[in-house]
Design a protein around this ligand. Sequence first.
Ligand code: TRP
Length: 329
Amino acid sequence: MDTVLSGIRSTGNLHLGNYFGAVKNFVKMQHENRCFFFVADYHSLTTHPTPENLHNNIRVVLSEYLAAGLDPEVATIYIQSDVPEIPELYLLLNMNAYVGELERTTTFKDKIRKQPENINAGLLTYPVLMCADIIIHNADKVPVGKDQEQNLEMARRFARRFNHMYGVEYFTMPEPYNFGSELVKVPGLDGTGKMGKSEGNGIYLSDEPKMIRKKVMRAVTDTGPQEPNSPMSEPVANLFYLLELLSTPDTVEHFRASYNDCTIRYGDLKKQLAEEMITFTTPIRERIQEIYNDTAYLGKVVKMGAEKARESASKTVREVREIIGYKPF
Ligand code: TRP
């Protein structure tokens, strides 16, 4: 059984791209693996040192992942800042991480370009904290997007270095995991590329029906098929792709046929797509609300998660301290 671990940004509202991309796979994987999912609320301080909505953001993120199907009885779901063993391991790993290699990390270079007024040490050592997150549970697989692959490579490097420095085979090398053929890439509504937060082209699980209709009706299309059976432009193919994801084969077939004989009205296609999205997201949105308002339940989830995470983390830190040479008198 593999140990799978993923860190969740504390400000990331889930859109349909996240849902069909990673989250659906998490929900499935949690039954076949030893899974850890945590809200990376320390990492968020590297960009937002005095976060206004920290607590509420965590609450939103937790509610969304729980509503989407992560099961706190099955997986270990916790908040990074509830596990003091993580900063302890981070401190120890920092002693064997070099400023030069950290300065060369792409995410660091990106961040200092974006926030030249706040080039803090936490930003520099971001990959070290991420490494601590991962190896504290000896994770085998870490589902990450392209933008995080280098950070994962750094995590492997620090883990390998630790083993080498102390002459042990203690840490496993965490591998990036992209869900293989299970990965569904969801396009956005702006014609090209995939659905993403920064692109502003997404439908969020928490979007109200009115908002969904508005966004979908504004989606990019083209001037329509000029002759029967013409190939589809990317924006239109994307709308069909989304429809396929959410609708019945009959409905998809109906619109395909009307595209192929040039009778399609994109307005109808969009209306259908919006309604399918609303049907799909409504129960999840209601569940998010329910969980969000249930302080007692959230408290229970978080407490249980912290306990399970600390059990595994404290064992690692105890062993690491011994390996380095800290011993009780
Ligand atoms: N850096 C990740 C992101 O921005 C979040 C993260 C923090 C993470 N720690 C992690 C991801 C450990 C995977 C493993 O999305």
